[in-house]
Design a protein around this ligand. Structure first.
Ligand code: ATP
Ligand code: MG
Length: 565
């Protein structure tokens, strides 16, 4: 690379990549880059986690480093093996492979215990008899320093003895903690003698009942990073105020490496509540059908809905990395989904709200097959046959009784193109006794096979259709945002029901689709021409398909970008 090219590349780096790049240039960490993604296995991964994964794993890959997957499993009460398995499945789906670099904070319990003992020996930690509530009450506030614990001056010998007895299970939950001895007047609350260990007589999903004391996140995290030789510990902004404690621990314990914590702004999406705690509540209170309900922000919900990992990675890249919290528009996510699917989604014909059309001059019982293009964006996708007959269904919204001037679709007297088939002219609209149009009578031009105009006459409208005889009935599920408010995290004092969008799921059981979709497997997202992207839902039964709408076709974000100067 030329010096200019190098410089240009360096300038385009986000601030995290810039730090990593500068560290490498300065020869820090022996030229190594090691990152980690540290999920707590207390729920399923959401799209915010995807941003962290793309950043942590992406940086390691870009700078020739390695990345670890580490389960931060220090809170046995909320954690389950189910989540451990699901998290790995979801990261693989997203497109990352950590090889044999899978770790668990719980594997370090013995060494972490050793580090705690080291702090006690250095008189930098003590066993405290106050309850968590009492500790909180004595923490002080921004103006007022906190009060020292009455146990702060215990001797090293006494502390070592009490800590060993905490481990041995001699004391009930909540009666003792191990605390760092830093400074109760420190301007940063996290430095006011923070709790490092608590007693919790709860079995752990990996260590069973070997332990009854568990390290706090703030203690386990930096030390686990150091044990793994992490060079750059990238996390979200809320940990910025924890960094002095992170650095204090690294400086005061004889760890084998000196990781550096860097904070970036988390991903927030409009109308989405990105918190495992609240997602769990939605599941438990049955506001959604489960963690993979397509309205949820979990990776498995996106997968079930037909969103591809490529689209999610594209979103993370477009959102970028910054130090400032912001709310990402849903339109951008939808834009990424369309960008990706447009190139590779096979096309099909499907009618959402069917209106019957009889082609009066088409022979009864005759069936013709037409070539339909599988994907106009992909020459290799080939063609398929679609059956055509005297009775077809078209979209009810493609007919108007009293059309405005520029309406080029079906209206009595209008000629339209049936995609891939023929030109037809609407002659009559048949109504039921309540005045509702229930059928259209049309004639076709036998010389317009394939939908081509035989004499150059202009036919502006092209509509989709399915053969009444061949089409299959399908259930279509349309999704909208789960929360009414753009930023539901700000309104959590309200009742859940008040926050939820009552129209987040709309079920349509009338749709008719091409027979090729009858037993279509979930996992492949396709396009219903003119309508949107869809994929089969696992709720589908043989002969009774259910389709999720991944996203509608209209791209408001892409349009906005085009129109802006
Ligand atoms: P939640 O608040 O949803 O429960 P969490 O932060 O408690 O999430 P963890 O399992 O601790 O979940 O997160 C693992 C990693 O993912 C952390 O490093 C965290 O900073 C990061 N992360 C969590 N949410 C987001 C987000 N919305 N955007 C980017 N990174 C995130
Ligand atoms: Mg967390």
């Amino acid at each position: 690379m030329s010096p200019e090219a190098k410089e240009a590349k360096a300038e385009s780096l986000d601030f995290v990549r810039r730090i990593v790049s500068d560290d490498l240039a300065a020869g820090k960490n022996e030229g190594k880059v090691v990152t980690r993604f540290p999920p707590e296995p207390n729920g399923y991964l959401h799209i915010g986690h995807a941003k962290s994964i793309c950043l942590n794993f992406g940086i390691a890959a870009e700078f020739g480093g390695t990345y670890n997957l580490r389960f931060d499993d220090t809170n046995p009460a909320a954690e389950e093996v189910e989540y451990v398995d699901a998290i790995q499945e979801d990261i693989r789906w997203l497109g990352f492979d950590w090889g044999n670099r899978l770790f668990y904070a719980s594997d370090y319990y013995e060494r972490l215990y050793g580090f705690a003992v080291e702090l006690i020996e250095k008189e930098r930690a003590f066993v405290c008899d106050l309850s968590l509530d009492e500790i909180a009450a004595r923490r002080g506030d921004t103006e007022v320093p906190g009060q020292n614990s009455p146990c702060r001056d215990r001797s090293v010998t006494e502390n070592l003895d009490l800590f060993a007895r905490m481990r041995a299970g001699e004391f009930p939950d909540g009666t003792k903690t191990l605390r760092a001895k830093i400074d109760m007047a420190h301007p940063n609350f996290h430095m006011r003698d923070p709790v490092l260990y608590r007693i919790k007589k709860v079995p752990h999903h990996r260590t069973g009942d070997a332990w009854v004391i568990y390290p706090m996140y703030d203690f386990a995290h930096p030390l686990s990073d150091a044990l793994e030789g992490i060079t750059h510990s990238i996390c979200t902004l809320e940990f910025e105020t924890h960094r002095p404690l992170y650095d204090w621990l690294i400086a005061n314990v004889s760890v084998p490496a000196r990781p550096r914590q860097i904070e970036f702004a988390r991903l927030n999406l409009e109308g989405v509540l990105m918190s495992k705690r609240y997602m769990l509540r939605l599941v438990k209170e049955k506001k959604v059908s489960g963690w993979d309900d397509p309205r949820m922000p979990t990776l498995r919900a996106f997968r079930r809905r037909g969103v591809t990992p490529e689209a999610i990675r594209m979103l993370c890249e477009k959102v970028g990395v910054s130090k400032f919290n912001s709310l990402t528009e849903n339109a951008l996510l939808e834009h990424c989904i369309r960008e990706d699917l447009n190139k590779r989604a096979p096309r099909f014909l499907g009618v959402m709200k069917p209106l019957k059309v009889t082609i009066m001059n088409y022979p009864e019982g005759k069936v013709e097959e037409f070539d339909a293009v599988n994907n106009p964006e992909d020459d290799r996708a080939g063609k398929r046959k679609v059956a055509f007959g005297r009775e077809i269904f078209v979209e009810a919204s493609d007919f108007m009784e009293n059309p405005p001037k520029k309406f080029h679709r079906l209206a009595v007297g209008n000629e339209v193109r049936l995609r891939y088939a023929y030109l037809v002219t609407c002659r009559e609209a048949v109504k039921n006794d309540r005045g509702k149009v229930i059928e259209l009578r049309c004639t076709y031009d036998p010389d317009s096979r394939g939908g081509n105009s035989p004499d150059g006459r202009k036919v502006r409208g092209t509509i989709h259709w399915v053969s009444a005889e061949h089409a299959v009935k399908a259930e279509i599920r349309l999704y909208d945002r789960l929360f009414v408010s753009d930023d539901p995290a700000k309104e959590l004092d309200k009742d859940l029901d008040e926050l939820l969008n009552p129209d987040s799921l709309i079920v349509n059981r009338e749709a008719r689709v091409e027979p090729a979709l009858e037993d279509f497997a979930p996992g492949v997202t396709f396009q219903f021409e003119r309508t949107g992207y869809f994929c089969a839902d696992p709720d589908s039964k043989p002969g009774a398909p259910v389709f999720n709408r991944t996203v509608a076709l209209r791209d408001s974000w892409g349009k906005k970008q085009q129109n802006s100067p």
